[in-house]
Design a protein. Structure first.
Length: 448
């Protein structure tokens, strides 16, 4: 590598723009300012449940946003036509959303059961799984979007022991070109948003690594050009008729085979459920990531410009198919960033589950009321992407004007100036540290 590399940067990404406009992690929450309460359908009657809905309190520091919510939505819930006897109850959540997300370990961090993020109305996000697997072996995991579909209400959600949540896009089920359910004709609900192909979808919420989650309509190109389009996942159904091996090629012994595609299986719940055909897509392992087949990466996200982040951000998407029906993995395939694990109910790996959190506020905070001045987040927010990189490396955010490049042993091997993307095609494969001694270094892998 030459001692001084002449390179470029994304011209509009200046610190002033990032900090003055990209405050969506603070300003997007649906504050309950009118004392409204939730409701549920009981036959043809809409019943007030008496629980404060939406977000009750938003507090913030330079590093975190703290969200207090019941987990009960303003839109009507129910009925749950799979025999689920539960109703949404007050979960007394306190969540912590990092204001400056940091990239996590290479390959991401797996999501688990229970809440993995929170919508702007305080309702929680779940991953695709429904907690059951074929023969209880933990190999062929049931896709909640398949096995639980009959139990989703018009809004696309359902409760588990009172914890109302969404496994898939929180929009009315009849907001579709070919609805999978007729529950909306029985008990209507506007849900959190309505898909409109002519309008950029709203920011729906945040994952617990701090990155935003958007609805399915976005800019065709990540720089904001190309008009609006349906943002497509890169997870695809495998071409299989028998469930004898996994997507990575692992051949399973016969005692670990799943049911043949289309074979009848009996769901674990509700008790006495009738057998259903295990069509392709019934299990999470029926899918595989095919890089480049859609807009999104292995985490189901991408770096992109959005209305709330004109300087760009990494974001996950609530993906849908060509008929606007939910498309696996629905929200987040894995966390890209460092996860705020205190959002989970018990110590341990992300996604431990449960309806409460371990969050405590142990730093000075202010209260956001929707009109007060916007608080500055922690400065010096920039990242290198893509990572790993092959031919070209870019910067997103307020990167310093000049950066040192060091090898994995910390030895200085060159410097770069940030004025556009840098051609790294001639750099040897390996781990590099890029940054400054005062502002810190980012790890970047070059992989040709």
């Amino acid at each position: 590598m030459q001692s001084h590399l002449s390179i470029a940067v994304l011209a509009g990404l200046v610190a002033a723009s990032l900090q003055s406009t990209a405050q969506a992690e603070l300003t997007s929450w649906h504050l309950n300012t009118d004392g409204a309460t939730g409701s549920f359908w009981n036959g043809a009657a809409l019943i007030d449940n008496g629980i404060l809905c939406d977000v009750e309190l938003v507090q913030y520091s330079a590093d975190n946003v703290y969200v207090t919510a019941s987990g009960v939505p303003r839109y009507p819930t129910g009925p749950f036509n799979d025999g689920n006897p539960s109703q949404p109850t007050d979960q007394d959540y306190l969540f912590r959303i990092p204001r400056t997300p940091e990239q996590g370990p290479t390959g991401g961090t797996s999501t688990g059961l229970g809440h993995i993020g929170v919508f702007v109305n305080g309702v929680v996000v779940f991953n695709p799984l429904d907690a059951f697997s074929y023969n209880d072996q933990g190999i062929w995991h049931q896709n909640g979007g398949f096995f639980e579909l009959d139990g989703f209400d018009c809004a696309g959600g359902h409760p588990a022991m009172g914890q109302y949540h969404h496994h898939m896009a929180p929009k009315p089920q009849d907001n579709s070109l070919n609805p999978l359910s007729d529950v909306c004709s029985e008990a209507a609900s506007p849900s959190l948003f309505t898909l409109d192909p002519e309008v950029h979808s709203p920011l729906l919420g945040f994952a617990f690594d701090g990155y935003p989650i958007y609805g399915p309509i976005g800019y065709a190109n990540s720089d904001g050009s190309g008009g609006l389009t349906r943002i497509e996942t890169s997870y695809q159904l495998r071409n299989i008729t028998q469930r004898h091996d996994l997507a990575d090629g692992t051949a399973l012994p016969p005692n670990q085979w799943g049911p043949d595609v289309g074979a009848l299986v009996t769901p674990a719940i509700p008790p006495g459920a009738a057998p259903v055909a295990a069509d392709l897509g019934a299990y999470a392992e029926d899918y595989e990531y095919v890089g480049g087949s859609g807009h999104l990466d292995v985490h189901n996200g991408r770096f992109t410009v959005t209305p709330e982040y004109p300087a760009g951000t990494y974001a996950y998407y609530a993906t849908v198919d060509a008929y606007w029906n939910p498309a696996y993995p629905y929200f987040i395939a894995s966390y890209r960033g460092v996860v705020a694990e205190d959002n989970f109910a018990a110590p341990g790996p992300p996604g431990s589950g449960g309806a409460s959190t371990q969050v405590t506020i142990d730093e000075p905070v202010e209260t956001w009321n929707g009109t007060n001045a916007i608080a500055e987040r922690k400065p010096s927010t920039w990242v290198c992407y893509p990572n790993p990189a092959n031919e070209r490396l870019n910067w997103l955010g307020d990167a310093p004007a000049a950066l040192e490049v060091r090898d994995a042993q910390g030895r200085l091997v060159g410097t770069v100036t940030t004025k556009g993307g840098v051609d790294c095609g001639a750099w040897p494969n390996g781990l590099y540290l890029i940054g400054t001694p005062t502002g810190g270094f980012r790890k970047v892998t070059i992989q040709h």
